[in-house]
Design a protein around this ligand. Structure first.
Ligand SMILES: Cc1cc2nc3c(=O)[nH]c(=O)nc-3n(C[C@H](O)[C@H](O)[C@H](O)COP(=O)(O)OP(=O)(O)OC[C@H]3O[C@@H](n4cnc5c(N)ncnc54)[C@H](O)[C@@H]3O)c2cc1C
Length: 637
């Protein structure tokens, strides 16, 4: 596998401008001759499809939901970062770049991160022009709040529904192009395979989830914007449909998978309440602007009514340990701190797996009305789920799987190592290193879709000069037959266990041994347990019904089969990375006060895995160099 990141020469602040000049263009009259497949209609996919169509390309857009608007991006709550410096508090493109590289624990590619910070300001202008109702100050200016890992306020938001409002903006742009005929929308279509012909990505195979029909689609380039794989842990804050299938099947066709072990555990989620729960709920990081995190100092107080615990008996542990960032310490650090106090027996709520997020002081300082204006829907959601009123009692929160920094490897142009296969949004490994800062995923998805791919795909099309291809090509037929055989296989097993039961068991294994903390022993055990579970899946799963109509068990079977293979790769990567960095915490490598200890000599690289049929995958490395932000031990103290 050849990994060429194709980072342009020159000073970091000029790379993207220079690159845009250097890239080849497609003549406006020729654009309509090219077809581009975009899989995914979240922020990354919808913005890419709409922009490419607006430029004149023919776009085929796919999603598995019944509407592009139901992509998981709709769930994003807290906000989107941009280096506008509206608060005049010292923000700049360089500071956002710096915070993101440091927040990612120096495991991201500098040039990509700089470009992300650079285009962040344009995203806000674009969205405002679309009518996205960002929160505003009394005088009409756009409002900002703070998110973790930053000492400035640069997060733009629409109450606790930022993803929804941004997606409606991107969706409107997409709908406009559908109406204009530039985008053909295929809802309820699941991508089952990538078709690579003569070394280039030339199309996909889909299954119509309503009729069961398998179809082939040919194109000049393919974009995967298929989101993250957090559901490999079964319980996560992700929508239930989020999966690894599209990127994993592309991986099996030769695309390198980068840093699969980098998963983000979010510190503020509603704690799990029972064994039959199928999903966890996020309480946005934005709440930590005003909420204070604490646990009782003494174990004996954990069962008491929190109101009865006096101030001096409370441990505001984030404020104590990280006085500079306090409750807005980054997610990896805040999650581990929560785990630490719970491991000490100072957790609250059922099973002692919870910490308080308390708004008492904020309500006293700002008044209930202001707190409600900022967070009303989050407070309502919390009350509906727990039956407790967070205006009266502190929220109880606990860390949960939330985001995946790993994904398909891409170069500076967001193209994978398979020519023509581009990857955007959470599906690529991109810009967040070993830990993503809050409010940076929406920024990245929209940067990729509105501002990067529209340039770089043109360069690919203008230089690759591939002949036209149709679905009559033998490779399409081969892939379609393989997908059909897999679908039939699921139905033929007729075992005794549901798909969900395998998924739940896999998730439990992953959370226990490859969750917030990992060690060599646990990871090695997983490398035995996962293949065993996979073997049982293929002999004992029960997929009822038929493949000729809507069959959610069949849909899940394909996704879980991929999770069962991908999980092993994730664990292998976690074992191979014998250091702690960001969200990847190897217990063997920690400082005396429990912080992650990196090993820059051995692991300052992106790990990129190459699939090998029937054999162990091969690990390649993309070395990381830091010329503009110097490698340093991360400190938020
Ligand atoms: C509860 C929650 C709150 C969040 N809040 C924030 C926040 O405030 N700020 C922030 O920056 N980030 C936030 N995030 C993260 C952020 O929402 C996601 O990272 C981001 O929205 C992902 O966008 P995406 O376009 O890459 O993918 P998604 O929005 O997940 O879209 C994936 C698309 O791919 C399609 N797809 C997937 N697989 C297939 C397939 N095989 N075939 C066909 N289609 C397929 C789906 O149908 C969907 O259209 C939050 C995440 C969660 C879980």
């Amino acid at each position: 596998m050849k990994l060429d990141a194709r980072v342009p020469e020159g000073p970091i602040a000029e790379k993207w401008s220079k690159h845009k000049m250097d890239m080849k263009l497609v003549n406006p009259a020729n654009k309509r001759k090219y077809k581009i497949i975009v899989v995914g209609t979240g922020l990354a996919g919808a913005s890419a499809a709409a922009s490419l169509s607006e430029m004149g390309y023919q776009v085929d857009s796919f999603c598995f939901q019944d509407s592009p608007r139901r992509a998981h991006s709709i769930a994003a709550q807290g906000g989107i970062n941009a280096a506008k410096n509206y608060q005049n508090d010292g923000d700049s493109v360089f500071r956002l770049f710096y915070d993101t590289v440091k927040g990612g624990d120096f495991r991201a590619r500098e040039a990509n991160v700089y470009r992300l910070a650079e285009v962040s300001t344009q995203i806000i202008d674009q969205c405002v022009a679309q009518g996205v109702p960002f929160a505003r100050e009394y005088g009409g200016h756009l409002a900002n709040r703070s998110f973790g890992g930053a000492q400035v306020s640069r997060t733009f938001y629409a109450r606790g529904q930022t993803g929804q409002q941004l997606l409606i903006g991107a969706y409107q742009a997409l709908e406009r192009q559908i109406q204009a005929g530039g985008v053909k929308m295929h809802t309820r279509h699941e991508m089952m395979d990538l078709v690579v012909a003569d070394g280039h990505a030339r199309g996909i195979i889909t299954r119509d989830l309503v009729s069961g029909k398998l179809e082939s689609w040919a194109a000049d380039a393919v974009v995967l914007a298929t989101g993250g794989y957090g559901n490999v842990f079964f319980l996560s804050t992700n929508a239930k449909g989020c999966n690894v299938t599209a990127i994993y099947r592309a991986h099996k066709k030769g695309a390198g998978l980068a840093n699969p072990c980098y998963t983000q555990i979010h510190p503020t989620c509603i704690p799990q309440s029972g064994d039959y729960q199928s999903k966890l709920t996020l309480m946005s990081e934005s709440l930590r602007n005003d909420g204070r995190v604490w646990v009782p100092k003494k174990k004996e107080d954990c069962g008491k009514d929190p109101a009865s615990i006096p101030e001096d008996a409370r441990d505001y542990y984030l404020e104590r340990k990280y006085p500079s960032y306090g409750n807005l310490a980054p997610r990896d650090i805040s999650s581990r701190a929560a785990k630490q106090v719970c491991d000490e027996g100072r957790g609250v709520g059922p099973g002692g797996l919870g910490v308080y997020l308390d708004f008492k002081d904020a309500i006293a300082r700002l008044g209930r009305k202001t707190v409600s204006e900022r967070y009303e829907n989050l407070f309502d959601m919390y009350k509906t789920i727990t039956g407790e009123d967070p205006y009266q009692v502190p929220m109880r929160i606990y860390p949960a799987v939330h985001y995946t920094m790993g994904g398909l490897w891409v170069d500076y142009n967001l193209m994978s190592n398979i020519p023509g296969l581009h990857v955007a949004g959470e599906a690529n490994f991109s810009d967040h290193g070993a830990n993503r800062l809050g409010a940076s995923a929406l920024m990245q998805g929209l940067a990729d879709g509105y501002f990067v791919l529209p340039y770089t795909i043109g360069d690919y099309l203008a230089t690759a000069k591939q002949p036209k291809i149709t679905t009559d090509h033998w490779e399409f037929k081969r892939c379609l037959a393989a997908v059909e055989a897999q679908v039939k296989k699921f139905l033929s097993i007729k075992g005794k266990r549901t798909v969900d039961s395998f998924h739940r068991q896999l998730g439990q294994l992953m959370w226990d041994k490859c969750g917030m903390a990992r060690n060599e022993k646990g990871l090695r055990e997983l490398l035995v347990e996962i293949p065993k579970l996979r073997e049982e899946f293929w002999t004992n799963v029960n997929v009822p019904g038929s493949d000729a109509n809507l069959n959610s068990a069949l849909e899940k079977a394909g996704r879980v089969a991929d999770f069962l293979e991908f999980a092993e790769l994730l664990v292998l990567d976690a074992l191979d990375r014998d250091e702690s960095c960001g969200g990847h915490f190897r217990e063997e490598h920690q400082t005396e006060d429990g912080e992650a200890r990196r090993d820059d000599d051995k692991y300052c690289h992106v790990s990129v895995w190459e699939y090998q049929e029937g054999k162990a995958p091969i690990r390649h490395k993309e070395p990381l160099t830091f010329d503009n932000v110097h490698l340093a031990t991360r400190s938020y103290k």
